[in-house]
Write a protein that binds this ligand. Structure first.
Ligand SMILES: Cc1ncc(COP(=O)(O)O)c(C=O)c1O
Length: 456
């Protein structure tokens, strides 16, 4: 394989996948001591997600939530495909606008904004912005010339993995007062937004929130507002490795939209997906840099004690919770690795834990799992690592963030270019299938209390 570098990504040669790039990088660095952690990001996976989105939610324009992963390559790919963007800050607006995205494709979706950043949005033509309080209305009236305001309402996100309505969103009973205040200030309220919480586990939350949004539209109409925008936020899964699949959620959303916001209502519907677009595109590969063997009698030993299973292996790898695995702390993620080295079928499994490289005891990636006996220098592979990982990673203790190698196949790239120039045509099954897919890999790492098994 000889990937051709163009811009900041490489083309995959025909017949090669992102998985082959991982193998190549591992082979290259395995002959040296320089076995740094790295990512491979398959931009073609983002294209597939976009096709999946347009197929399942044909009425909804995605405004990608930049906070989830602000990599320039990701944002460029999405901008080429014509998505909009949910920006939460001046810096995110700058990033998106630096790629030539028109301000009409940006929603400043942070209900609590710094005055200087409201002024920045105003000066740079960003009009759509959310609010959920009277104070925010006062700031916008004073510091923005021509805002198109979107009232964010609270949802019952008690079943979501990451709750947001504890911080943002007006209660339904407060909405009339807020709309009256906006009218008194001469502000233009164009619609309603909500977020069901990131990692939604109950699709009914969407239908309830859509029905609540309808009530707010009706109040708005009574008060003389011409509302024409519904923003259903994020909350969609980033991989199929979850109980509630994307299409199960969309099969609840679509009828709710048809009931409360039928096509002839002429309401434009947008969403703010983050995790959905990027999680599965990124694979993180880490190296075991140290190992400690704890014998059952509590004697720690650095030596191998072949043949006994009465021990726990502690592995230390070169990325941790202060880096990519901050998602364990901030995003409530549960990360389990795949083994790079294929073990023999009769190889014994040992209880083990996996730790990051810093000096903090909090820096633990996996508390308990079972794996074959691994050595310093072996590699572990973590899939679905694109959402809320690199975006919040620090360099605490001097540990650098992993390099990221962006790849895309020629057919995928041609497809992105076609969408860029011609717009999207209703994708069909065969169109999705002709794009290269991630290969499966043996999963031999088990969570506690489950019998060891291999899933191919
Ligand atoms: C306002 C807003 N929109 C969209 C998102 C993206 O959510 P998700 O990654 O669940 O799609 C978030 C995440 O925190 C958010 O706060």
């Amino acid at each position: 394989m000889n990937p051709t570098t163009e811009s900041n990504f490489s083309f995959l040669e025909e017949g090669f996948s992102a998985r082959d790039v991982i193998e190549q990088k591992i082979n290259e660095s395995s002959s040296t001591d320089d076995r740094d952690a790295f990512y491979v990001c398959d931009l073609g996976d983002i294209l597939k997600k976009h096709l999946r989105w347009t197929r399942a939610l044909p009425r909804i324009t995605p405004f990608y939530a930049v906070k989830c992963n602000d990599s320039r390559s990701v944002v460029t790919t999405l901008a080429s495909m014509g998505t909009g963007f949910d920006c939460a800050s001046k810096t995110e607006i700058q990033l998106v606008q630096s790629l030539g995205v028109d301000p009409s494709r940006i929603i400043y979706a942070n209900p609590c904004k710094q005055v200087s950043q409201i002024k920045y949005a105003s000066a740079h033509g960003v009009q759509m912005m959310t609010f959920d309080s009277e104070v925010e209305l006062g700031k916008v009236a004073r510091y923005h010339d021509n805002a198109k305001l979107v009232l964010r309402i609270a949802t019952d996100d008690s079943k979501a993995v990451c709750r947001l309505s504890i911080k943002f969103g007006a209660q339904l009973k407060a909405c009339r007062g807020l709309l009256e205040k906006a009218r008194d200030l001469g502000l233009d309220v164009v619609g309603v937004s909500f977020h069901v919480g990131s990692g939604c586990t109950d699709p009914q939350t969407y239908s309830q929130a859509i029905s609540d949004a309808r009530c707010v539209f009706d109040i708005g109409a009574e008060l003389g507002f011409d509302m024409n925008l519904l923003d259903i936020g994020g909350g969609f899964p980033g991989s199929d490795d979850v109980d509630l699949k994307f299409e199960e959620i969309t099969s609840v959303i679509n009828p709710a939209l048809d009931k409360y916001f039928p096509v002839d209502s002429l309401v434009k519907i947008i969403a703010e997906p983050g995790r959905f677009y990027v999680a599965s595109a990124y694979t993180l590969v880490v190296n075991i840099i140290a190992k400690k063997v704890i014998l059952d009698d509590d004697n720690a030993s650095d030596d191998e004690d072949e043949g006994t299973t009465d021990r726990t292996n502690m592995y230390y790898v070169n990325d941790g919770v202060y880096g990519s695995f901050n998602c364990i702390l901030y995003d409530h993620a549960h990360c389990l690795p795949l083994l790079h080295k294929r073990p023999k079928s009769d190889e014994p499994l040992y209880p083990c834990s996996i730790w990051g490289p810093t000096c903090d005891g909090l820096d633990r990636i996996v508390e308990q799992c079972t794996m074959p006996d691994l050595q310093v220098g072996d590699w572990l592979v973590f899939e679905n690592m694109g959402a809320y990982t690199v975006a919040a990673a620090s360099t605490f203790n001097g540990f650098q963030r992993p390099d990221i190698y962006y790849v895309i196949s020629r057919p995928s790239w041609n497809h992105v270019e076609r969408i860029s120039s011609e717009g999207i045509h209703a994708p069909d099954e065969c169109c999705l299938q002709e794009l290269p897919v991630h290969c499966g890999r043996e999963r031999l790492v088990e969570m506690p209390n489950k019998p060891p098994q291999s899933v191919v």
